[in-house]
Design a binder for this molecule. Structure first.
Ligand SMILES: [Zn+2]
Length: 226
């Protein structure tokens, strides 16, 4: 009787061992597959700066949260804010060309005007920070096939976006609205390029940034810069 119980106990032990090895192994495989498949990246991008107050508030938040971002700047807005432009570079963020004047009528008037606008903005960035920008974002968005070819010849990487916080699209949006809009327009995307603005009227964007970072972090996103 005792021998029989012992035999049953040994069999049960081995069955459990086999089941554990089988399902344990499977769980590890499933977990690593899920991790690889769901790798999520978010690029925070700020257009139209630098501005004195908003850009520096945004930089404070990025430093506190240890997050890198990309700033597409307007050359003419650098005058008097050279230290802010340098701070963007020194704190490890990427500087890109957005325009020298941000006046659409002048920028897109001709190929020559377009090229002058790009090179003027790049020259300001180079003079103030010593860096040569390699990224470009079209002022006003759009496809601009002819200008795109010119930029590619100059070696620029053209950066668009696939999510917005709504700071240009929704008039007088508060921080909660901007956070909700960023999350809803990014939903379901594994690689998010989020459009935001750091020019003077966008205090609400700076206010929303901590919550935007927290939400993306909770959703498992990694922060990247171009
Ligand atoms: Zn712009």
């Amino acid at each position: 009787m005792y021998k029989r119980s012992l035999r049953i106990a040994v069999i049960v032990f081995f069955v459990l061992l086999v089941l554990l090895a089988h399902f344990g192994g499977r769980m590890t495989a499933v977990e690593s597959f899920t991790f690889a498949a769901e790798k999520r990246e978010v690029y925070l991008t700020f257009d139209d700066g630098p501005s004195t107050v908003v850009t520096n508030r945004i930089l404070d938040t990025l430093a506190r949260e240890n997050v890198e971002a990309t700033f597409f700047v307007v050359g003419e807005r650098v005058r008097g804010r050279e230290s802010t432009l340098r701070r963007i570079a020194e704190e490890g963020h990427t500087l890109g060309v957005h325009s020298n004047t941000h006046r659409y009528g002048e920028i897109y008037a001709s190929e020559e005007a377009f090229l002058k606008d790009v090179t003027d903005c790049a020259a300001v960035i180079r003079r103030v920070t010593g860096l040569t920008p390699t990224c470009y974002r079209f002022p006003g968005g759009g496809t601009h096939a002819r200008e795109r070819a010119l930029l590619e010849k100059l070696g620029y990487r053209i950066v668009s976006w696939n999510a917005v916080c709504g700071d240009e699209e929704i008039p007088h949006a508060d921080a909660a609205t901007l956070t909700a809009t960023a999350l809803s327009t990014a939903r379901g995307k594994r690689r998010v390029v989020l459009l935001m603005h750091d020019s003077a009227p966008h205090a609400a964007t700076a206010e929303a940034l901590p919550a935007i970072i927290e939400q993306f972090r909770q959703d498992g996103y990694v922060f990247c810069a171009f």
